[in-house]
Design a protein around this ligand. Structure first.
Ligand code: APR
Length: 309
């Protein structure tokens, strides 16, 4: 019997519910939304299910507070977490979210031992590390969503500047998901034409800076929340690459084991994403400055991991 893929999304907030929306619209499989708040995942799940006849998509969507209903998931997207509140330090948030993601990870390992886990909760690279430790899954099956989002922001800004299709912009952003991310203009092209032939250096620098500040730019507008359309779309692109075994080359946060001279730390690098999860970690040529920037970024992630132990 051919079964539809099963996708569980933990956290039915802005990112989780919107991920369910994208995934249902793409008919990626049946979707289970999980949250600790009673009623919210059930209500959002049912509302989405009721949208499927309108858009003509056969994805069975439901919401629950029970992990039993996620059993046997092929992919689990983790978006559970708290937003930073006034008076809360970054470390407080780190510890709290590590607790939440740790608890989620234990349930994933228990009910979906074969799943591939896509981590979205922030601070992303650290939460991916927590998920790997708590599930005990191999690094191939724990992958963090950051690079696609950062690259998408960068591509959007370039498209807006040049008035060309977003589709024709190919780009790469490495490093941790935060201020120390490493956009690589050298690996950016539009229709195959290198970025430097389109824009002067100062414009490129400004776009790179806006990409680094991409998250905060949205927070400043929204005031009470953070970005969710682009982050959820990025997570669903990863799920699609896995479920359809597309073997896409995408920047994702992965636990390095010697690549780029780094070990036991999650940072964003290009990988091949297919049915086995992270099927290959690609080691690209970097200049000394780019390599340094990646190391600095990894050092920040290491420091945060150290705060948890
Ligand atoms: N188990 C399941 N769900 C939980 C748990 C838990 N232990 N703790 C919190 N949640 C749920 C909340 O009830 C809430 O519905 O996680 C959801 C988070 O949703 P939002 O507050 O709307 O946050 P969102 O904008 O979706 O961001 C989620 O993704 O991009 C990152 O930085 C972002 O870490 C944040 C995460």
């Amino acid at each position: 019997m051919i079964k539809r893929p099963k996708i569980s999304i933990v956290g039915a907030g802005n990112v989780g519910a919107t991920a369910a929306h994208w995934a249902a619209a793409a008919e990626l499989g049946d979707i289970v939304l999980v949250d600790i708040v009673e009623g919210v995942p059930q209500g959002k799940g049912l509302d989405l299910m009721e949208a499927t006849p309108v858009v003509g998509k056969d994805s069975y969507v439901r919401g629950t507070n029970r992990y039993e209903e996620t059993a046997g998931s092929d992919v689990v997207i983790v978006t559970a977490g708290l937003a930073r509140k006034p008076g809360m330090s970054r470390t407080d948030l780190l510890v709290k979210n590590a607790e939440i993601v740790g608890q989620v990870a234990e349930n994933v390992a228990r009910f979906s031992p074969e799943a591939i886990v896509i981590v979205v909760s922030n601070p992303l690279d650290v939460m991916a590390y927590v998920a790997m430790k708590k599930t005990g899954f191999p690094r191939e099956r724990i992958v963090g969503m950051a690079g696609i989002l950062d690259t998408a922001r960068y591509r959007a800004f370039i498209a807006m500047e040049l008035n060309v299709s977003v589709e024709d912009i190919s780009a790469l952003v490495l490093g941790g998901h935060g201020d120390s991310m490493v956009p690589l203009p050298r690996y950016t092209s539009i229709g195959g034409i290198p970025l430097e032939q389109w824009l002067p250096q100062e414009k490129i620098d400004a776009i790179v800076q806006r990409t680094r500040d991409g998250g905060i730019e949205i927070v400043n507008y929204l005031k009470t929340g953070s970005a969710f359309y682009a982050p959820s779309a990025a997570a669903v692109q990863m799920a699609e690459a896995i479920l359809k075994d597309k073997k896409r080359v995408l920047p994702c946060s992965v636990c390095l084991q010697g690549e780029y001279g780094l070990s036991d730390v999650f940072v964003g690098v290009p990988v091949v994403l297919g049915k086995g999860g992270v099927e290959k970690v690609l080691e690209i040529e970097l200049t000394e400055a780019e390599r340094d920037a990646l190391r600095t970024s990894a050092a920040h992630v290491h420091e945060s991991i150290a705060q948890l132990t």
